[in-house]
Design a protein. Structure first.
Ligand SMILES: Cc1ncc(COP(=O)(O)O)c(C=O)c1O
Length: 397
């Protein structure tokens, strides 16, 4: 700048860039900037035209969110990843772009996360979307749904919420591809520590970053990782639909993600111990946990997840009533009764009043979610304190 600026101009322009100097930061920079200044309009034109990498505006990409996207693409073994403002925003963007918007048919797992199911059902009602719900563990049912009504997308969860059904990703990828469909896996419950679906043949991996990846209960976010074409389509969605993950949130997710492996391993270890303990308790009718031999997909889980079984345990109270479930939740002293999972601390969710509230009672019953079903997301507390908390709450249930 050749001209000497006056104070009023200097304060507006102050501290626009970080001072340069030796030494690379060990924590990522939080670039909380919506816009990016260009000394050359020609350069700016090249960036807008995707001829040169760079940043132009908050919805198109920010350096801090891009750092998270590169890290996720690496963890998910993908060519690219795009982050959204929540897991639901990621699911809505991807499924719409991949199938619904172009009239494609979707074959979806029947017991996906309750809000995902509610979204799909709304699209059927309001947009005439073609979505067939199937039991993903029934190979013949999946195959005939894919074949009879040619589908463009097969949509499943690696470990389903909240019944913890485990899907065979390799077999489903094979079925999807033989029938010309894309396989998308919501790996939120498994996290990249248990499985990298793309290494087993899946095309697209979705995470609610709100859960294990961040793990600290202070950020909502979602991601879609896949080939370059998927990444391009998702970038187009963040630009036009606007549900992009802001830089401060991305910065927090990066910080949380650095302990992902450590947290998830500890959670899996404690969850197995708790599931085993609950299975012999007289006030518990049924325990669902992929690490128990009684789980229908135990052998598959063991092979697919490398000896880890996840941090969520779902169980049915023997009484099977809403009153005793409320008494149980109200009696917890260590665990929280809070609607999320994958955090550092233990959290209970009661599907009948929360995640599956919008699912019709008959459908809930058909899926196996009763008034006695509780979902426990195991944290990193001392396992002895968690078992004592469970014992106390069960005695009052
Ligand atoms: C498996 C699964 N996918 C997606 C979501 C949605 O994520 P978010 O709450 O970040 O929108 C959830 C939320 O619980 C979930 O459990």
């Amino acid at each position: 700048m050749g001209r000497e600026l006056r104070q009023g101009t200097r304060v507006v322009r102050s501290a626009r860039s970080l001072p340069e100097g030796e030494g690379a930061p060990v924590a990522p920079s939080l670039v909380q900037s919506v816009a990016f200044d260009y000394a050359s309009a020609a350069r700016q034109d090249e960036v807008f035209g995707n001829e040169r990498p760079g940043y132009v505006y908050g919805r198109y990409g920010t350096p801090t969110t891009a750092a998270l996207e590169s890290a996720l693409a690496e963890l998910d073994g993908a060519e690219g990843a795009v982050c959204f403002a929540s897991g639901m925003a990621a699911i809505a963007a991807f499924v719409d772009a991949c199938a619904i918007a172009s009239g494609g048919r979707v074959v979806a797992q029947e017991d996906v996360y309750g809000q995902t199911r509610a979204l799909f059902e709304r699209w059927v009602r309001e947009r005439g979307a073609k979505i067939t719900f199937v039991d993903p563990t029934d190979r013949r049912a999946v195959e005939s749904a894919l074949r009879d009504a040619p589908a463009s997308l097969l949509y499943v969860e690696a470990i389903a919420n909240p019944l913890l059904r485990v899907v065979d990703i390799t077999a489903l990828a094979d079925l999807a591809h033989k029938n010309g469909a894309t396989l998308a896996v919501d790996a939120t419950f498994a996290s990249p520590v248990l499985v990298q679906p793309r290494s087993l043949g899946a095309d697209v991996v979705i995470h609610s970053l709100t859960k294990y990846v961040n793990g600290h209960g202070d950020v909502m976010g979602g991601s879609v990782a896949g080939g370059a074409d998927v990444a391009r389509a998702m970038r187009d969605r963040t630009i036009l639909d606007g549900a992009y993950l802001p830089p401060h949130e991305a910065w927090l997710v990066i910080r949380g993600m650095r302990t992902l492996d450590l947290r998830v391993r500890r959670q899996c270890e404690t969850a197995l111990r708790i599931a085993t303990w609950l299975a012999q308790h007289k006030k518990v009718a049924r325990v669902r946990y992929p690490g128990l031999a009684s789980h229908p997909q135990h052998a598959l889980a063991k092979k697919q997840f490398g000896g880890l079984f996840g941090g969520v345990v779902t169980f049915d109270l023997a009484s099977g009533s809403r009153e005793s479930a409320f008494r149980f939740l109200d009696s917890l002293e260590v665990a929280a009764s809070a609607t999320t999972l994958g955090d550092l601390w233990t959290e209970f969710l009661y599907p009948a009043i929360s995640s599956h509230r919008r699912v019709a009672p008959e459908e809930r019953a058909r899926l196996g979610i009763t008034d006695g079903t509780l979902r426990m997301s195991v944290g990193i507390e001392d396992p002895e304190d968690l078992i004592a908390d469970l014992e106390g709450a069960l005695s009052r249930a």
